[in-house]
Design a protein around this ligand. Structure first.
Ligand code: PLP
Length: 355
């Protein structure tokens, strides 16, 4: 079976082989060498001068952690435009925070002026934003929103780049992003279970002053331990090996070439959508580069398409997230997928649609 769902995605033999290396002590010199050795490449990938922290959790651990670390008694604005961003409001509330919803219709992006209108009401300490809403295939205009945040220096910007990291450039320091986080199982094409994040100095200062950060996702603990090339608790060492191997691949390909490959494979899917009389769920200009959320305007039987693709070709796609099930289907081009892989997927889709 080959995965073309928007995460987890296909993991290469090389990455799996790295994942299976023998264990070592997480306070050992060998571990420090492994983690410390990855730091410059991780910083380059994050486009930051700040250290990059690794957390043995899925992205939600750090998404929740960011709220707990950056929001004290003030308000947090949760930008919502799909399943994952909507859930961040609930997570903020469960953390006991004064969470405010900026809800836009599923399928639409969050816009800078909408963020400004909320922040002008005052009392906000942080904004959460999902750059690429995986459930709807919408990429919100990050630079535009980051620009708005410059007028509110007391507000920290937390950006989830779970399904856009290493797909498009995200210049963290240049945009003034305070926390940039991602997960291992999307475009990094690793097994799930590792979250990567970096935090600005301003974010760390805020964290130091906030009560109730807990332990497992306490950013200050990450900072203290990273200074010695370690993690607060025993990490999934296998993920560290796999990440080191993946970084080798990414820099061998070239980061810009990786972005260009994603743009190309994404365009191939878009072309297929247009040629087959379907539509896009996301509006022009705000479409994800890592996946395509296809609007089922032809009213095909999506469940049958999924089933045929699996049985005839061994390919797995997604039949629409939550309330979009059947009304959309999602085709992923994230990770290691080449033009040849995507051409194969599209040919298989053609075959199944004919059938
Ligand atoms: C944009 C986005 N954010 C967050 C998550 C949650 O990631 P995880 O389930 O790995 O914690 C996902 C999962 O698909 C996602 O697509």
């Amino acid at each position: 079976m080959k995965l073309f769902i928007p995460g987890p995605v296909q993991v290469s033999e090389k990455t799996f082989a790295a994942f299976c290396k023998p264990m070592m002590g997480h306070r050992s010199g060998d571990f420090k060498k492994l983690y410390g050795g990855m730091q410059p490449l991780l910083q380059e990938l994050f486009q930051t001068k700040q250290p990059v922290f690794l957390s043995t959790s899925s992205a939600w651990g750090v998404m929740e952690g960011a709220v707990r670390n950056l929001v004290g008694s003030g308000k947090v604005l949760n930008c919502m435009c799909g399943a994952f961003s909507d859930k961040w409001l609930d997570v903020s509330k469960r953390c006991g925070k004064d969470a405010v919803a900026l809800q836009v219709e599923w399928g639409q992006p969050v816009r800078g002026e909408q963020v400004r209108a909320h922040l002008e009401k005052g009392g906000f300490e942080a904004v959460t934003l999902i750059h690429n809403e995986t459930s709807t295939g919408v990429m919100s205009p990050l630079a535009e929103i980051a620009e708005v945040l410059r007028d509110f220096p007391e507000v920290r910007l937390v950006v989830d780049s779970v399904s856009s990291f290493s797909v498009v450039p995200i210049p963290m320091d240049e945009l003034g992003i305070d926390v940039l986080l991602t997960g291992s199982q999307k475009a990094l094409a690793m097994p799930p279970g590792l979250a990567l994040f970096a935090a600005s100095q301003r974010a760390m200062e805020r964290a130091a002053a906030v009560q109730g950060r807990g332990y497992y996702f306490d950013f200050i603990e990450f900072q203290k331990n990273q200074a010695e090339d370690m993690t607060p608790s025993t990490p999934s060492i296998s993920h560290f090996y796999a990440l080191a191997s993946k970084l080798e691949d990414i820099f061998a390909e070239g980061v810009a070439a990786r972005h260009a490959r994603h743009a190309k494979t994404n365009a191939m899917v878009h072309d297929w959508v247009r040629r087959h009389g379907f539509d896009f769920f996301a509006p022009e200009g705000y479409r994800s580069k890592s996946l395509t959320c296809v609007a089922n305007t032809r009213d095909i039987d999506v469940a049958a398409l999924l089933s045929n693709l699996k049985s005839r070709h061994g390919f797995i796609i997604d039949g629409g997230y939550g309330k979009l099930k059947g009304k959309t289907f999602r085709l992923s081009n994230m990770g290691d997928e080449t033009e040849a892989d995507i051409a194969e997927l599209l040919a298989a889709l053609d075959d199944c649609l004919k059938a």
